[in-house]
Design a protein around this ligand. Structure first.
Ligand code: ADP
Ligand code: ASP
Ligand code: MG
Length: 817
C-alpha cells in the first residue's frame, strides 16, 4: 500500500486541486487504493494562527474568517457540480461556526492557551479534507473524509505533541481494517490526547502523519507531494542554483530538514526508518519528474556533500566561567533544565578546556532560557564561578550535510575558506560526531551570501557566478564589456564561470540590477534607467547587496575611487583595476592597500597598470615569490613615446609625428602628459615597488624630452606651435642617432636601488634597438636570469589589449588561493 501526502501548495487553489485529482487518477488500477493525507489549503494554518492572535489581543478577526470561508467556498463553486454543492457548504459552515465560537471565546477572555490554539489550527486540515474528499467523490467511488485526530494519540505538549506510536498504530490499523473498501482522505497535522483534547504535531506536521500511517499499515512507500522537484541541494528561494537530489539516506534527510530544509518535517523520517519504508518527495506541478527518494542507503554521488541547509533566525547563549571546569554533570544539569521547560536546543559547542559552552535556541525561547539559567545557577553566578549568560540574537545556522563527508578530508577547510573569503564571520561551529553534518553560526545578514558561496564551493562542477561592479564607461570598459559578452558562453562552458554585472557607474549616472545588467544594451540602460551617479552611494549599495564572489572593476583614471579601495577590501570584495593612481601614490598608501587586501583574503589585481595586458606584474610577482632577487630592470613602458621615436625617421618633423600620434589616438588629449614621462614614471614606480624597493614618486629621476618652451605653453595649440618651432632641438638628436647608427629610446632603468628614466641612443646590439610601433619591452636581470635577461615584449597600449588584461584577471579572481 502507498500513502500519498499532499502539502498546502498541492491543495492551494482550484488548479492545484485539479492537478491532485489527475495524480490520483494516475494511481488508479494499482493493487490497492492509496491512502491520501492532506494539509490545510496553502496559507490557511498561518491565517488561523493570525486570527487566534488577533482575537487574543482584542482585535477583530472577522475579516480573516470571511477570507477563510471565501477561499473554501470558491473551490466548491468551481470544482463541484451545482447539485452536490449544498451538503459541502453546510458541513463547511458548521466548521466555520464552531471556529467562530472558539475565536469569540478567545476574544472575550483575551487569552489564548496553547490548547485552544491547537484546536483553532485543526480547522485548516479538517476543512481541506472535507473539501477534497467531496471533490474526489465526483471521480472515485466511496470517498471518505477522516479526522485523524481521533486516531493519532499524543501527550499534551500542545503545539508540538509527542506521539504514542503503539496506541496510534493500533487505532489506525483497526480503523483502516473497518474501512478497507473506502477511499480515505485523512487530515494531516492534527491529533489528540488520551482525554480527547486536540493537539498538533508541529508546523509542517502533515508529513509526519503520513509516515505514522505508513508505519501502522506497513506501507511500501510514503509519497510527499509538494511544490518543488524533491529535496534540493539548498533552499531554492535562497540559492538559485540549487538542484534536485535523486537519493538521500534517512539520516541525511533528517539532518537537512532539522537544519531548515522545510520540504520535509524531520520527525517524518523516524517511523519510515524503523520500518524501512521509502519516502519519495515529488512535485505536484511536475509529476513526471522522479523527485527524491529517501531510503536506508545514501546512494552514490560525485559530490562530497548532499546539501546545505539553514535556520533563518537563532539566538545563542554563551556560558563561561571557571566553575564549569571538570564539574561533572554541569552540562547535564543545564540541558535537563532546558528540556524540562520545552526549550529546544538546536546546536551545542563546548570548548575543549570546558571553560565555555555555547548553544543555539529559537529566538522566542532565548530570554526564557537566559532567565532559567540565571535562576538555576544563581549561587555560582554570585560566587563568580559562572559569568552571567551572554545572549546574542539576529544569527543564523548554516549546515552542510552528507554521509560522504566522513570519507572525504578537507570538508571543513573548504567550508571555512568559502565563508572567510566572502567575509562571513563564524560565531560558533559544531560538527556532529557522526560527521554527517558541520554547522556554523553566522550573522543573519550574511546568510544569503554564505549559502550561495558555500553552494558554489561544494558543487564546484557548477558555474561560479562572479558578481561584478564596474566603475568607468570609457574605452576600456566598453571594450571589456563587449569582450565579456562575446565570451559569455565559452566561459560558462569551459571555465565554469558566469560573469554577472550587477552595477555600473560613470561620472554622470549609475545603475544596479541584481539579475545582471544586459551586456549588449548596458549603455542605453545606464542612460535611460540610471540614477544620478554618486560614488559613495555606489560603494554603499555594492556593500549592502552583500553578494558572494564579488569584484569591483576600476577602469577610471581618477583619484576618487582609490579613496574607497580599503573600504572595498574590508567588505571582502576583490578589486581589478587598470587605474595606476592607487599604486603610484605614496609608498604608505601602496603598502596599506596591499596589506588590507591580504588581511581580508581578497584579490587586488592590477596587471594592466604596467604594459596593458602584457604579463609584467605577474612575471615579477612570480619571480619574487619563488625566491629570485631582482638585480636590475630596464624597460620601455610608454607606447606613445615608442611610437613617436619609431616614426621620427627620415624627413618627417617631430611636430608631424606627434600630431599623427594624436590623430591615431596614441596620446592623451594633451600629448605633454605622455611626453613629460609622468605616466612612464608611475608604471616604473609600481614595478620598482613590486620588486621590493621603498620609493616615493619624487625619488625617480626623470629626464624631460621636451624643451622648456613646449612645457610652458599655455594651451595644447600653443604647445604644438612651440613644438614646430623647436624642430632643431629634436633634429639634432636624430642626426646624432643616425650618425652613430643608433636608435633613440626613452628607457627606464632600475639599478642599485635607483630609478632613472632617460633618453638614450642604443645600438643594434641592444635588445631595445629593434622595438617597433608602440610596443613595450621590459628586461629583468635577476639572480637566476643573470647571463641573459628575461624579456617580455609586445603591444603595451590600446583598449583591446588593456581590456583583455583586465578580463584575464577578472576570471582569475578567487582562483589563486
Ligand atoms: P508543503 O506545503 O508541500 O508541505 P512546504 O512549504 O512545507 O510545502 O515545503 C516546500 C518548500 O520547502 C519549497 O517550496 C521550498 O521553498 C522549501 N525548501 C527549503 N529548503 C529546501 C530544500 N533543500 N529542498 C527543497 N525545498 C526546500
Ligand atoms: N498545515 C500545517 C502547517 O502549515 C501542517 C502542514 O502543512 O504540514 O504547518
Ligand atoms: Mg510542509
Amino acid at each position: 500500500m502507498k500513502i500519498l501526502k499532499f502539502g498546502g501548495s498541492s491543495v492551494g487553489s482550484v488548479e492545484s486541486i485539479n492537478r491532485l485529482m489527475k495524480i490520483l487518477k494516475d494511481e488508479e488500477g494499482g493493487e490497492q487504493k492509496p491512502l491520501v493525507v492532506l494539509s490545510a489549503m496553502q496559507g490557511v494554518t498561518n491565517l488561523l494562527s493570525e486570527m487566534a492572535l488577533m482575537a487574543s489581543q482584542g482585535e477583530s478577526f472577522e475579516e480573516g474568517l470571511k477570507e477563510l470561508e471565501e477561499k473554501h467556498f470558491q473551490v466548491v463553486k468551481q470544482l463541484m457540480a451545482v447539485r452536490s454543492q449544498n451538503p459541502v457548504f453546510t458541513k463547511l459552515k458548521i466548521y466555520f461556526n464552531e471556529l467562530e465560537d472558539l475565536l469569540q471565546g478567545v476574544f472575550t477572555l483575551q487569552e489564548l492557551s496553547p490548547q485552544t490554539r491547537d484546536k483553532i489550527l485543526s480547522f485548516g486540515e479538517r476543512c481541506s479534507v472535507l473539501l477534497v474528499s467531496h471533490i474526489a467523490g465526483q471521480y472515485f467511488p466511496d470517498t471518505l473524509a477522516v479526522d485523524a485526530s481521533v486516531l493519532i494519540k499524543t501527550d499534551d505538549t500542545f503545539g508540538n505533541a509527542r506521539v504514542d506510536m503503539k496506541t496510534s498504530e493500533k487505532l489506525i490499523q483497526e480503523f483502516v481494517d473497518l474501512k478497507r473498501d473506502k477511499f480515505l482522505f485523512i487530515t494531516g497535522f492534527i491529533a489528540s490526547t488520551v482525554d480527547g483534547k486536540t493537539t498538533t504535531l508541529g508546523r509542517g506536521g502533515s508529513d509526519y502523519t503520513a509516515a505514522i500511517f505508513g508505519s501502522a499499515l506497513n506501507a511500501s512507500t510514503v509519497e510527499i507531494w509538494t511544490d518543488v522537484d524533491g529535496m534540493l541541494t539548498a533552499d531554492p528561494r535562497m540559492v538559485k542554483k540549487a538542484f534536485s537530489l535523486p537519493v538521500l539516506s534517512y539520516t541525511e534527510a533528517m539532518e537537512l530538514s532539522y537544519f531548515g530544509a522545510k520540504v520535509i518535517y524531520p520527525p517524518t523520517m523516524m517511523p519510515a526508518f524503523l520500518k524501512n519504508i521509502s519516502i519519495v518527495i515529488k512535485n505536484s506541478f511536475n509529476p513526471s519528474f522522479s523527485g527524491t527518494i529517501i531510503q536506508r542507503d545514501s546512494g552514490r554521488s560525485s559530490f562530497p556533500i548532499k546539501g546545505i541547509s539553514s535556520i533563518n533566525k537563532v539566538s545563542i547563549l554563551n556560558l563561561s566561567g571557571s566553575g564549569m571546569i571538570g564539574k561533572a554533570g554541569f552540562s547535564g544539569k543545564l540541558f535537563t533544565l532546558l528540556a524540562q521547560n520545552h526549550i529546544n536546543v538546536i546546536l551545542i559547542t563546548q570548548s575543549s578546556s570546558e571553560h565555555s559552552i555555547t548553544f543555539a535556541v529559537h529566538p522566542e525561547d532565548a530570554h526564557q532560557a537566559k532567565r532559567l539559567i540565571e535562576n538555576e545557577f544563581e549561587l555560582e553566578i554570585a560566587a563568580d564561578k559562572l559569568h552571567v549568560p551572554e545572549l546574542e540574537g539576529n544569527l543564523s545556522v548554516l549546515a552542510i550535510v552528507g554521509e560522504n563527508m566522513k570519507k572525504t578530508p578537507g570538508m571543513s577547510g573548504r567550508l571555512f575558506y568559502a565563508l572567510g573569503r566572502n567575509g562571513v564571520n563564524v560565531r560558533a561551529i559544531a560538527q556532529g560526531s557522526s560527521e554527517y553534518n558541520i554547522s556554523v553560526i553566522i550573522s543573519h545578514n550574511d546568510l544569503s551570501k554564505a549559502l550561495n558561496a558555500v553552494h558554489d564551493a561544494f558543487f564546484s562542477s557548477l558555474k561560479t557566478t562572479l558578481h561584478m561592479f564596474c566603475l568607468g564607461t570609457g574605452n576600456i570598459s566598453s571594450t571589456l564589456l563587449s569582450q565579456i559578452r562575446k565570451q559569455h558562453e565559452f566561459l560558462k562552458e569551459n571555465n565554469d564561470i558566469e560573469i554577472k554585472m550587477v552595477g555600473i557607474s560613470n561620472s554622470r549616472k549609475m545603475h544596479f540590477n541584481l539579475n545582471g545588467i544586459e551586456l549588449s544594451t548596458w549603455n542605453d540602460t545606464l542612460d535611460n534607467e540610471g540614477e544620478k551617479a554618486d560614488l559613495k552611494l555606489f560603494i554603499e549599495e555594492m556593500k549592502n547587496l552583500n553578494l558572494p564572489n564579488c569584484v569591483l572593476l576600476d577602469n577610471t583614471a581618477s583619484h576618487e575611487p582609490v579613496k574607497y579601495y580599503e573600504e572595498v577590501f574590508s567588505s571582502n570584495i576583490s578589486l581589478v583595476t587598470c587605474n595606476k593612481l592607487a599604486n603610484s601614490g605614496s609608498y604608505k598608501q601602496y603598502c596599506s592597500l596591499k596589506d588590507c587586501a591580504r588581511k581580508h583574503g581578497v584579490d587586488f589585481f592590477y596587471e594592466t597598470n604596467v604594459g596593458a595586458g602584457l604579463p609584467i606584474v605577474r612575471t615579477l610577482k612570480e619571480l619574487m615569490t619563488s625566491g629570485d632577487r631582482i638585480i636590475s630592470i630596464e624597460a620601455i613602458l610608454s607606447g606613445t613615446i615608442s611610437y613617436i621615436f619609431n616614426n621620427y625617421v627620415g624627413d618627417r618633423s617631430f611636430y608631424d609625428v606627434v600630431k599623427t600620434a594624436q590623430e591615431l589616438g596614441f596620446t592623451e588629449p594633451d600629448p605633454r602628459d605622455d611626453l613629460k614621462g609622468a605616466d612612464f614614471m608611475r608604471k616604473f614606480l609600481i614595478l620598482a615597488r613590486d620588486s621590493g624597493l621603498t620609493l616615493e614618486p619624487e625619488d625617480i629621476v626623470l629626464e624631460n624630452i621636451l624643451p622648456r618652451n613646449c612645457i610652458d605653453a599655455p594651451s595644447v595649440e600653443a604647445f604644438y606651435a612651440e613644438l614646430e618651432a623647436s624642430e632643431s632641438h629634436f633634429k639634432a638628436l636624430k642626426d646624432r642617432a643616425e650618425a652613430e647608427n643608433k636608435a633613440i629610446r626613452y628607457i627606464g632603468k632600475l639599478e642599485d636601488g635607483q630609478v632613472q628614466i632617460r633618453l638614450e641612443l642604443v645600438d643594434s646590439s641592444h635588445p631595445f634597438y629593434s622595438l617597433s610601433g608602440s610596443d613595450n619591452v621590459i628586461s629583468f636581470i635577476t639572480e637566476r636570469y643573470s647571463q641573459r635577461p628575461l624579456v617580455v615584449k609586445g603591444p603595451g597600449a590600446g583598449a583591446e589589449v588593456t581590456a583583455a588584461g583586465v578580463f584575464a584577471e577578472l576570471v582569475n579572481v578567487g582562483h589563486n588561493a
